[in-house]
Design a protein around this ligand. Structure first.
Ligand code: UTP
Length: 418
């Protein structure tokens, strides 16, 4: 451990003197822990990330082109059968795993605890989000006669709570040996003025480093090695908060294999040309999800010969990767983006500040930046009302209320069809 003086100097040199005040008020174990945490911070990286928040976004001369997709509804009978039987065969031979990324903070939902532990008010009794996902996996297991290994990415912030919750609920009847939790890495949060934030527990506040952290975390935690040991060839990676996500879609899987590609993804059609969502495209000849802010307005409105938006395939965070692709990406460094989020902290008087407005920078790598490492990917357009019901905000759009409606409508349609 570095001596106290050099820690002080380090903090001063990086404009973090307020942390010295906290250190001076601590002793014993708590002080040692804080010092050890400070030692681990890469201040150079943090400074660079903070400077990036002030930098004007560089508009490079990018070549933005459309990307090919297939509409699940419009596949020919022959194509659909071919894809489905390829996909089915892979799942049946235990070569398929699912990763759920649940390391996010879920700040917009304002739920106390990991998002998966949120109970969605469906059918009177309610169901936890994790339970909904497990139900989906169980259905697939029954259909294909296997137990799909389920990897859950947590963060330091929510790992314990996630483990305890699943344990307490007896993994909702899922085989415990096929649920593998792994933790993603973190980066410190910074105030809008570039200061480290102190938490109630007298630790510097850190948060998960974005869903793009999934690849390196799979590798560093040994989860990737575990997949390989089990003979996994294909990995579905999705978010925790889409309660209509189909975790084992044989059509997407078979189509990606059939097209001889290493990555695949699902899309839903944009609601309107200016919906604030990221859409699939090719940028500089590589697949990419382009943010609505980056897509020139005239391009957002362009339609093809069939009257469809040329850039209308929005990303719903349902991705598929070959194990080799996961391995390849895990060795690369993805860039960090900045998100401005609400994070509580304590001030130097020891008072807890709970912000009503976003007050801090969180640095996040995005999973879709990995697409750039490939020449092409398979995209399957699916129906929004069948596959996309996100729980993001406390109220309004993409909230528990909208997700409940979508979920109940979908399942009652399914029942009617039976
Ligand atoms: P979001 O971007 O919606 O973020 O994550 P969030 O943290 O859940 O919610 P807000 O923005 O704070 O309200 C999309 C998916 O990526 C996961 C989330 O758990 C969610 O499933 N994620 C996000 C991670 O696993 N790690 C991260 O660091 C960030």
């Amino acid at each position: 451990m570095k001596d106290y003086k050099s820690i002080e100097n380090l903090l001063k040199a990086n404009n973090q003197e307020h942390i010295i005040d906290f250190l001076n008020k601590l002793d014993g174990d708590k002080k040692d822990k804080l010092i050890r945490q400070i030692e681990k911070i890469d201040f150079e990286q943090l400074q660079e990330l903070y400077e990036n928040t002030k930098r004007e976004v560089e508009i490079k001369e990018n070549i933005i082109e459309t990307i090919k997709y297939s509409d699940k509804e419009k596949l020919s009978y022959e194509e659909r059968n071919r894809y489905d039987s390829i996909g089915e065969q892979i799942i049946k031979s235990n070569k398929y795993a699912v990763v759920t990324m649940a390391g996010g903070q879920g700040t917009r939902l304002e739920h106390e605890g990991p998002k998966g532990t949120f109970k969605l008010d469906i059918y009177g009794k309610g169901k936890y989000i994790f339970e909904i996902l497990i139900d989906n996996l169980k259905q697939a297991n029954k259909k294909y006669g296997v137990t799909i290994p389920w990897y859950i990415m947590t963060s330091k912030e929510n790992d314990e709570a996630t483990r305890n919750f699943l344990e307490k609920n007896n993994y909702f009847g899922y085989d415990k040996n096929n649920i593998i939790l792994f933790m993603q890495s973190e980066l410190p949060l910074l105030s809008l003025e570039g200061k480290l934030l102190m938490g109630k527990d007298m630790k510097i506040k850190e948060a998960s480093d974005g869903n793009g952290g999934v690849f390196s975390s799979l590798r560093s935690t040994g989860a990737l090695a575990d997949m390989k040991e089990r003979g996994i060839q294909w990995v579905f990676i999705g978010g925790v908060d889409n309660v209509l996500a189909k975790l084992a879609d044989i059509t997407l899987l078979g189509m990606t294999v059939d097209q001889n590609l290493e990555i695949g993804s699902k899309s839903v059609v944009k609601d309107n040309p200016h919906e604030r969502v990221g859409v699939f495209c090719k940028m500089n000849k590589h697949p990419k999800v382009i943010e609505y802010t980056e897509l020139p307005s005239h391009m957002a409105e362009e339609v093809d010969n069939n009257g469809e938006l040329k850039f209308g395939e929005s990303n719903i965070l349902c991705h598929l990767f070959s194990i080799n692709a996961v391995e390849k990406i895990s060795k690369e460094v993805l860039i960090y983006h900045t998100a401005v989020k609400k994070n509580s902290y304590i001030n130097t008087e020891g008072k807890e500040i709970i912000p009503s407005e976003p007050n801090s920078y969180k640095f996040e790598a995005f999973i879709f930046d990995a697409f750039d490492l490939f020449d092409d990917m398979a995209i399957l357009r699916v129906k929004r009302e069948e596959e996309f019901a996100p729980v993001k905000n406390k109220e309004g759009a993409d909230s528990p209320k909208t997700a409940k409606e979508l979920y109940e409508k979908y399942w009652s349609r399914k029942e009617e069809k039976k």
